[in-house]
Design a protein around this ligand. Structure first.
Ligand code: 5GP
Ligand code: ZN
Length: 139
């Protein structure tokens, strides 16, 4: 896609610090380095988000994900690693070419934080079943 910065990175029109490349995917250092070692893995085929991704593109991308994660683990020996994928502006997506973030975790102050609330007490097994059926019916 002509005005997509990640397509431009894949094509070499914009510079990037490449980590890995094959015929289907490209991995490079995130310019923002939320934590040191923060890598982005993207499909070469432009798709805006997870909703647009075809099965082949998804399998080509996720096939490589463990290899990227293990390389970061080997290089940095982090205490943990978060894989993050944002879809839609409301979910903090800012570049509209699908990308998977790899964020090695070092300590409580390493730059990454996520907080979410659990609502166990608000959902009975029956309610969970009802929600599951609603989603299944949409598959
Ligand atoms: P999002 O917010 O869409 O999930 O993540 C987009 C990511 O792309 C951000 O973490 C941001 O730092 C990174 N990014 C944006 N522009 C560039 C760029 O030109 N080069 C690189 N390497 N990363 C970029
Ligand atoms: Zn693109």
């Amino acid at each position: 896609m002509s005005d997509c910065i990640f397509c431009k990175i894949i094509d070499g029109e914009l510079p990037s610090a490449k980590v890995y490349e094959d015929e289907n995917v490209y991995a490079f250092m995130d310019i923002g380095q939320v934590t040191e070692g923060h890598v982005l893995l993207i499909p070469k085929k432009h798709c805006e988000n997870i909703y647009e991704m075809d099965e082949e593109t998804a399998s080509n991308l996720f096939r490589v994900a463990p290899q990227i994660a293990n390389a970061i683990k080997k290089a940095y020996d982090p205490k943990g690693m978060n894989l993050v994928n944002n879809n839609g502006s409301f979910a903090d997506q800012s570049v509209f070419h699908f990308h998977l973030h790899f964020l090695p975790r070092f300590d409580e102050t390493d730059g990454f934080n996520v907080s979410w609330e659990q609502h166990n007490d608000d959902y009975t097994p029956e309610k969970l079943q009802e929600i599951a059926e609603k989603i299944s019916a949409a598959l």
